[in-house]
Design a protein around this ligand. Structure first.
Ligand code: ATR
Length: 274
């Protein structure tokens, strides 16, 4: 019987994960299935246990279960421990659950794919929620000159900067604490979802800067619409989604899929050119 994987979320209807992993599986000729599973809001652990009891080998975890997944793991990767979140579950040989997070690696791989330099650059991250916490360790591993985290609620960014200060030069503050220009500006807030734009200074970008939104959609996000006329090159989070999936796939199957065709396919499905 084919090895079973799935993505758990609530809601789950709009998840692109089964499309992505279906393509990865076909491309690398894996004997596996990958389905979308709606778990009850207060029933994630039971849903995962039932999946394992039926022979499931691993899963992705999306909103709102990344914290629940973190809590139920028997063993965690160090990056999941830092992130306090798990997006990839693996059933070990002895039935124990191993948890990892591939979101941050996904972001860093997508930046590399597009030739965005991070090493020795000034990097600004906007937001201090779960999405940002998951990417800080892999971003700091790229050795930026300075990493500044700003948030509408300043205290959360200050705390986050403290939590990661042993890994590099990372500062935290409120949106009004942004000083100088940045080479890479990453929007990790959920503001894009509601079409909101955090207030940002006009002179935010260096001459060859990149603006990156961890969200994506058929149209550029409000943050990217704001950044374009201010001279930044633009990237949305579609590539990050594909790359985090590729990393999960690698953890399960020990095979690295080619992300390029899946990027195009996903972009086309959004009616948007890469
Ligand atoms: P996620 O898992 O997507 O990170 P989260 O943990 O709820 O979700 O965090 C949402 C982030 O988006 C927070 O940094 C939040 O700022 P606050 O900490 O001040 O709430 C930010 N955010 C959401 N809506 C925003 C808006 N309209 N303007 C600015 N920041 C916003």
């Amino acid at each position: 019987m084919a090895d079973r994987y799935c993505v758990f979320g609530n809601p789950i209807k709009h998840s692109k994960s089964s499309l992505i992993h279906g393509e990865f599986g076909r491309q690398t000729q894996q004997d596996m299935t990958y389905t979308s599973e709606l778990a009850p809001i207060d029933g994630f652990a039971a849903a995962w246990q039932a999946f394992v009891a039926e022979g499931g080998r691993g899963a992705n975890v999306t909103v709102p279960f990344k914290g629940d997944a973190f809590a139920l793991c028997d063993t965690l990767s160090h990056r999941a421990e830092r992130a306090q979140a798990v997006n990839t579950l693996i059933v070990g040989g002895n039935g124990r659950t191993y948890g990892d997070t591939t979101d941050g690696v996904g972001l860093v791989r997508d930046l590399a794919y597009h030739g965005v330099p991070v090493q020795d650059k000034r990097v600004l991250v906007i937001g201090a929620g779960g999405a940002v916490r998951s990417v800080l360790e892999p971003l700091l591993a790229e050795k930026p000159d300075e990493l500044v985290v700003v948030n509408r609620t300043a205290e959360k960014a200050i705390q986050l900067a403290k939590d990661f200060s042993d890994l590099g030069d990372v500062k935290g503050g409120g949106l009004d604490a942004i000083e100088g220009q940045f080479d890479v500006v990453i929007n990790g807030t959920s503001a894009s979802l509601s079409g909101d734009l955090p207030p940002l200074p006009d002179q935010l970008f260096t001459p060859h800067a990149w603006a990156y939104d961890m969200m994506y959609g058929a149209e550029p996000t409000v943050f990217l619409q704001w950044a374009g006329p201010r001279g930044a090159k633009l990237l949305d989070g579609l590539g990050m989604l594909v790359e985090q999936a590729a990393e999960s796939f690698f953890l399960w199957r020990n095979v690295r899929p080619d992300t390029a065709p899946v990027r195009s396919q996903l972009r086309q499905s959004l009616n948007f050119s890469d």
